[in-house]
Design a protein around this ligand. Structure first.
Ligand code: ADP
Ligand code: MG
Length: 321
């Protein structure tokens, strides 16, 4: 593969495609976009840093997927319809085969969601992938994290903990039987729950996506809403490989794992059927894992109803020891 001759050739070859919905896409000082009447913009950015969020040598196609997926997950958590995105990229070198695979992974997911790359920035530096996503939603209908109410049921999508289980295997923390491509994909190619977020608009009260560990992200939702929760720890669905782990490891992965990109949301108890219909429409499994109480704090119970201590810290890049 011949190498790009410079920054603009690189952008033209790997990151420029014909504009679709945008008034003006890649190439000018700004992109131009026209949101629909009565719509609000939902905007989020997420950065992946080599050595911090992914190992050097990670499959570039998977990285392209994940860099966009983690951003789409933020739109999903607000109930926003993905619309467009920008890519700010620092690369140690202009390696054609890395760029081709990275952009293929990113555009495959973009095409699956019907969204387009409208701009960005490209510079030399330690490998760093930063995407900004834009979504749209009818004004006032966002699923905010401050909207949980006492009496709501607490729900989660999918099987949280898989990404952490896969990470432990790749880091050599444990060697599990049956580690396979499907489990590895839960870490490297997460599925943003966009359809579920859209289907939950008007049904759920509050939502957040689980990126730093279920209990930590639940804590953000509870504090923002000024409420507490009781969580039935054994009601959290486990994948087959996770269910096969000793219960302490399973709980560590499920409650404090991170990189799940599942949706954690609350809905009134009488919306239970509507939640199940939304999950069905989105072809995304969900499970009720607890309830929201007026009393602040987090109370964990096992299947027998016994109280468990919350020792599950979530991930914080700047936490002091
Ligand atoms: P400026 O000098 O105005 O900041 P640049 O020279 O950085 O613009 O980029 C030229 C054009 O290419 C702009 O439209 C910018 O949005 C786009 N662009 C730069 N890097 C990327 C990228 N990685 N992906 C998509 N578009 C990019
Ligand atoms: Mg620039």
């Amino acid at each position: 593969m011949d190498q790009p001759s410079g920054e603009f050739d690189l952008i033209a070859r790997y990151f420029t495609r014909p504009a679709r919905g945008a008034v003006l896409g890649v190439g000018d000082d700004c992109a131009l976009l026209a949101p629909g009447a009565g719509m609000q913009l939902a905007v989020a950015a997420d950065m992946l840093v080599e050595g911090r969020h992914f190992f050097a040598g990670t499959d570039p196609q998977a990285l392209g997927h994940k860099a966009l997926a983690v951003n789409l997950s933020d739109l999903a958590a607000m109930g926003a319809q993905p619309w467009a995105f920008l890519l700010a990229l620092a690369l140690p070198d202009a390696d054609a085969s890395w760029l081709a695979a990275f952009s293929a992974g990113m555009f495959a997911l973009a095409d699956a969601h019907g969204i387009e790359l409208v701009g960005g920035d490209t510079t030399r530096g330690p490998r760093n992938l930063c995407i900004t996503v834009l979504g749209q939603l009818p004004a006032g209908q966002a699923l905010r994290r401050d909207a949980a109410r006492a009496g709501d049921q607490l729900w989660v999508s999918g099987t949280p903990g898989d990404a952490r289980l896969a990470l432990g295997q790749l880091r050599g923390e444990w060697r599990i039987a049956g580690f396979d491509a499907a489990l590895r994909a839960r870490l490297e190619r997460p599925t943003p729950r966009v359809a579920l977020g859209l289907a939950l608009r008007g049904v759920a009260h509050a939502a957040i996506d689980v990126s730093d560990g279920l209990l930590g992200d639940l804590g953000h939702l509870l504090r923002a809403s000024g409420v507490g929760a009781e969580v039935d720890v054994d009601a959290i669905p486990a994948s087959a490989p996770l269910a096969a782990q000793p219960s302490a490891r399973r709980r560590d992965c499920q409650l404090a794992g991170g990189d799940d990109y599942e949706l954690l949301f609350t809905a009134p108890a009488d919306a239970r059927d509507a939640v199940l219909r939304a999950a069905d429409a989105a072809a995304t499994p969900v499970a009720c894992i607890g309830r929201i109480d007026a009393a602040p704090g987090l109370r964990l119970r096992d299947a027998a109803g016994a109280a468990l201590h919350d020792t599950y810290a979530s991930f914080d890049h700047f936490r002091r020891p």
